[in-house]
Write a protein that binds this ligand. Structure first.
Ligand SMILES: NC(=O)c1ccc[n+]([C@@H]2O[C@H](COP(=O)([O-])OP(=O)(O)OC[C@H]3O[C@@H](n4cnc5c(N)ncnc54)[C@H](OP(=O)(O)O)[C@@H]3O)[C@@H](O)[C@H]2O)c1
Length: 354
């Protein structure tokens, strides 16, 4: 059986990545892909990697037919929310990849973004990270796609917070991120002469993804009856990669720990989560996670090291921002919302070497 899907904002980077996976998904049939700027243009003129896989043309969102099973919105935040409001009562399942429905608290959303245009819909959205909300996602009509930086930090720290291994009020996350995270629209900061060779801090404090990281980790801490309030200092850096995020997360340990304690916490949290891989390969070049090994896949690779001389744990995670940080969990959520195996259409290894 196939499910009809449409992608609004398919000319962008996440929309293009989602389309790449939708076209080879065994149970998705792509009905419409929209772009306002490129309406009437063949998709392969913008996405030459899809030659031979589709002859579709972009259409305007004004012609969107909602006689489909699932609508993917790959739009900028603020642009997305009105579309959710417009289509939610048609009964179609919606997976919104923007930030508009990730934050449950409208004041927090306003603090980091702008006043929310439809706060009444926030309680209907489930945060689209299967590792945390698999059962709720299965029943959801509206799923909020994850933030790319946020998912790299949440996945590396959630098991540690749940098991009470670290002081959650003093988490520091230092992330390196590739240029495709900025989207396809021209921006001086992603222009090749400016970006080439760069290691540039941006938003060293107050990054928007802090809101969803703290929201999700606080929920885990509360469910585990931990008293401390989670506080995360997130500092991203733009680096030269096109795709990829590498997050290094530092936290004080809450008691003396062994490697086995940390392994156990990760293993038990991620049993039944096929897209998280634990990496700690002593004595090889690949002893820690690395974005290159997960590019083009839905995997999040996680590693860690306990500081032998200080009460500190360093966790590391590597993802592809366009896949594991966006299109990948969106497709995994689609699978769950349609009672399919979470891995359907997503189970591929990465490239090596790349
Ligand atoms: N890039 C990432 O790594 C990443 C990761 C996680 C989440 N996200 C989120 O995913 C969303 C899309 O990001 P992106 O990187 O794919 O952005 P992008 O490359 O700039 O693409 C944006 C898309 O939105 C469409 N669009 C913009 N304004 C529109 C409007 N008023 N009406 C209809 N369509 C409109 C554009 O279509 P036109 O052709 O008409 O301009 C384009 O297809 C954002 O909310 C972003 O925060 C991105």
């Amino acid at each position: 059986m196939s499910y009809k899907i449409s992608i609004v904002g398919a000319s962008g980077y996440t929309g293009g990545e989602l389309l790449r996976w939708a076209l080879i998904h065994p149970q998705m049939e792509v009905a419409q892909v929209t772009s306002e700027r490129f309406a009437g243009t063949q998709v392969t003129k913008l996405n030459p990697n899809l030659r031979g896989f589709t002859q579709a043309e972009f259409t305007s969102v004004k012609t969107l037919n909602t006689d489909i099973d699932t609508l993917f919105l790959c739009l900028p935040h603020k642009v997305s929310a009105p579309f959710v409001k417009q289509y939610i009562d048609t009964g179609v399942k919606i997976i919104d990849l923007s930030a508009d429905f990730r934050i449950h608290n409208p004041q927090t959303y306003e603090h980091y973004y702008q006043p929310h245009p439809c706060p009444e819909l926030l309680p209907r959205a489930v945060y689209g990270l299967p590792e945390l909300h698999r059962e709720q996602i299965k029943r959801a009509q509206l799923v909020a796609g994850v933030g790319c930086l946020a998912s790299s930090v949440i996945l590396a720290t959630a098991p540690l917070v749940k098991a009470g291994l670290i002081d959650p009020s003093r988490i520091i996350a230092d992330s390196k991120i590739g240029s495709s995270a900025g989207g396809a629209a021209f921006d001086i900061s992603t222009h090749h002469p400016e970006r080439q060779g760069t290691v540039r801090a941006y938003k060293p404090t107050g990054h928007r993804h802090t809101a969803e990281i703290e929201q999700e980790l606080n929920a885990i801490a509360q469910a585990a009856n931990h008293q401390a309030i989670v506080s995360v200092g997130l500092s991203p850096h733009a680096v030269e990669m096109v795709r990829g995020i590498f997050s290094t997360i530092h936290a004080p340990v809450s008691r003396p720990l062994t490697d086995l304690d940390v392994w156990k916490a990760y293993r038990s949290f991620y049993s039944g989560s096929p897209f998280v891989r634990l990496v700690k390969d002593k004595g090889t070049l690949y002893r820690y996670p690395e974005p290159k090994e997960v590019i083009g896949t839905n995997f999040c690779d996680i590693g860690f090291e306990l500081d032998a001389d200080r009460p500190r744990l360093v966790a590391m995670s590597a993802i592809d921002n366009l896949m594991r940080g966006s299109a990948g969990p969106a497709i995994a959520c689609f699978n769950l919302m349609h009672n399919l195996d979470e891995k359907t259409g997503l189970w591929v290894p990465g490239y090596h070497p790349i």
